[in-house]
Write a protein that binds this ligand. Sequence first.
Ligand code: NZQ
Ligand code: ZN
Length: 386
Amino acid sequence: MKDFVFSYPTKVYFGVGAAKGALETELDKVGKNVMLAYGGGSVKKSGIYDELMEVLHKKGKTVYEFSGIMSNPTYAKVQEGAAIAKNNAVDFILAVGGGSVIDCCKVVAAQVKTEEDIWKLEFVDRKLPTDALPMGAVVTVSGTGSEMNSGAVITNEELKLKVGMLGAYNTFAVLDPSYTLTVPFKQVISGAFDTLSHCMETYFGSPLESFISDEINEAVIKNTIKNIRATIADPQDIVPRSELMWTSAMAENGILKIGKVTDFQAHQIEHQLGAYTDCNHGQGLAVIHPVLYRHLYTSAPAKFARFATEVWGVDSNGKTEEQLAAEGVERLADFIKEIGLPTTFREMGITDNSCFKAVADSCNITAGCCKQLTREEILDILNECY
Ligand code: NZQ
Ligand code: ZN
């Protein structure tokens, strides 16, 4: 296990109806000017906007709205939010939505505190933001786990790059599973697959041999699989929704990563594909994972065999380690089909593969869980996904 330091800055308020009490407590700690950030309008249809506004007004806050944050948020949108916050001397940002709204606001919070362009700061000067406006999140769709980390995935449309940036941590996050009941069902499932992906990208990180983080990870993976099935069986059942909301946070709050270097190669490929196609994050991952793992499992047969037996319950009797490893990858592929996620890019609506070479040439290559990919192999993977 690698050495580590662990501390946690985000206070989580979990449960049906949690927002009111959480905001009543937390808003007393922040200044008068609050920027309320949200996406394309689901918060208004669901009534969450009215519910939060009531508390904001009760607490005497002046509210500035930052709306229309799109899925796969752009750097231009970050700058729009930063301008609203700066021009109105905003004291606190309340991000209401999923990964896209929360990510956008994390970088807005950091941009507000520096005169330098934050993209230049992070990617040209190679510095980290040192200060940020305080912010909190009300999660309305789960899967990314963005509420409990300081990472943000932002698309720079000019540079054709979708990459991870560092921004603010939420000082608090409200996780009310009943909010997710109005999320389009396709998004519920692709979000839950994103959680699984985060678990796997960590599980197959380095070192590969197992210790406590991997054993907790197996529990989170199995729980996510079980509760995806339960949610499909009864979409209105709040119990599996609650479990999925917490596994989403667990997968990205750092606990599973303790003592490990994560892989996240599937994410790097999907993010860059997103820069060119604006595709859905969880769906892209669902297509990429089995194809990627077919390229990898022979380089780490013991870990993939463990994935087969511990996660998928594959019977090891009479099988070689490599056979088991291959079966684990195919069980994952079968599960993706079973839950109705796409298995090819074409099924996701990507009908032109002319960008694949550019995606392969511009995507980040990680150290690799068991084998470092070449750009040629990434291009092969993209074509096999098509
Ligand atoms: O925009 P609105 O109208 O709110 O609609 C949203 C959006 O269309 C809708 N929605 C959200 N809550 C709803 C709802 N619809 C009905 N009822 C509700 N309660 O859901 C749609 C998807 O929202 P979005 O935030 O885009 O989805 P998600 O949470 O999957 O976030 C995706 C973004 O997060 C990044 C992805 O790359 C992508 O850009 N990620 C962020 C991570 C992080 N910071 O840790 C990790 C992830 O790996 C991921 O890369
Ligand atoms: Zn993800």
